[in-house]
Design a binder for this molecule. Sequence first.
Ligand SMILES: *Cc1c(COP(=O)(O)O)cnc(C)c1O
Length: 434
Amino acid sequence: MPTLVSEAFQAEGAEPLSLKPVFSASGIKGKRVTALSPQENALTDFIQTVIAEKPDIDSPFSVLDLGVVMGLMDKWATKLPTVQPFYAVKCNPNLSLIGALAALGSSFDCASKAEIEAVLSLGVSPNRIIYANPCKSESHIKYAATVGVNVTTYDSKDEVEKIRKCHPTCELLLRIKPPQDSGARSSLGLKYGALPEEIPELLSVAHAAGLKVTGVSFHIGSGGGDVRAYHGAISAAKSVFDTASLLGMPRMRVLDIGGGFTSGTAFDAAALKINAAIQSSFGNEEGLVVIGEPGRYFAETAFTLATKVIGKRVRGELREYWIDDGIYGTLNNIVFDYATVTCTPLACTSKPENPSCMDFKTYSSTVFGPTCDSIDTVLTDYQLPELQMNDWLVFPNMGAYTTSSGTNFNGFSSSVKSTFLAYSSPITREQTML
Ligand SMILES: *Cc1c(COP(=O)(O)O)cnc(C)c1O
C-alpha cells in the first residue's frame, strides 16, 4: 500500500520546508498525494495500484508527479535566478499544476478570459498575471480591467486603440519578432511580433494614446528551438529600449524572454546563453525586471498518461490495437505539437513476469485512437509485445499541449477523465534515471 505523502511526512516529522506550501495549495489541498517509492518503475507501480484498487476505473487517466514540478522549479531558480517565471497556462491548465506552481512562487501568463479566471479561482493575486496575448477581443480586455490584470502585450496599432478604450491604465509590453528563426517545432513568429521597421511607430502610437509601454517581450518558438536564438532576441529587445529613450518615452524596465524552454540538458544550455545575453545587452541597466513564460518546461515531463486497449486485430505478423485516447484527445500533441510519443505496456514494466513479456518477443504494431477517422493513428510500426484486451499502455511526458487542445470529435470527450497526484522525491527521480 503506498503511503500518502501528507501522512508520511507528518509521521516522520521530516517534511522539507518546500513541500508544505505545495501540499496545502489550492488545487491540491484535500486531494490524495501518493509518495512514490525510491525504486525504478515507481510510477508505473503506482498506476498499477490505482487500477488494482478500482478495476473499472475510467480510462484514460493521468498522473501528475508534483515532485517533478518541484525539481524543475528548483532547477529554474538555480540556473535562471534573475528570471521570474510566469507559467504559460495554455500549455496545461490543470488546476493542481497551477496551484503547485503558485505555491512555489510562479506567476502566470494567461491568454484569455477563461485562463485568467482559472488562475484567479485559486486565489492568485491579479498582479501575478500577465495577459500575454498580443491580439485580444474587447470583451476579454474589459474583463482583465475589472479583475485588475494590468499588464499585456501588443504588436499592432489596432491593439493600442482597443486597450486605450477598454483598459487605459494597462501597462504594455511590445512583442517583437525575434531576428533569427530558432527552428523550433512550433514557430510563433509567423503570427506575432513587430518587425524592426514597425517598432518606432508602435511605440509612438502607444505613447500618444497615453499608455505606458514598460518593456519588450518575444517568444523564440516552442519546443526544441536553437537556444542561440535567445541572444539575438535579447539584443533586439535592448534596441527597443534604446528606441523608446530616443523617442523621449519613459525608461523601459521589463524584459520578457517568453517561453520555448525544454526540461532536459537543453535547459542548462539555454540558461547559460540567456544569462550571458542579459549581461552583455543589459549589464548596466538599473532596476531591470526580467520575466520568462515557460510552459512546456514545467508541464511536459510532469504528466504520464494511462490508456486502455479496447480493441485488437491480428493480420499475419502485424498487431493492431485500439486504445481509448487518440489524436483527437490527449494525444493531439502528435498533430498540433509535432510530438513523437512513446509508450510501454503497463503489464511488462510493472509485472515483467507476465507471460507475454517473458519471451521478449515483440511485433510490429499499430496503435489507433478510438474515433472512426483513419488519421486517428497514434503509432505505426511500433514494437510491442503481444497485448490483450484491457491491457494498459503508459505514455510518459504527456503534459505539454495535450489535455489543453483535445476535441470532443465523434463523441469521445477530449481529455483524461481524472488526474492522480503523486510525489517522487529527488532520490526517487535519481534512481529512475539510472
Ligand atoms: C505558448 C506561449 C508560451 C509558452 O511556450 P512554451 O514553448 O510552452 O514554453 C509563452 N509565451 C507565449 C506568449 C506563448 O504564446
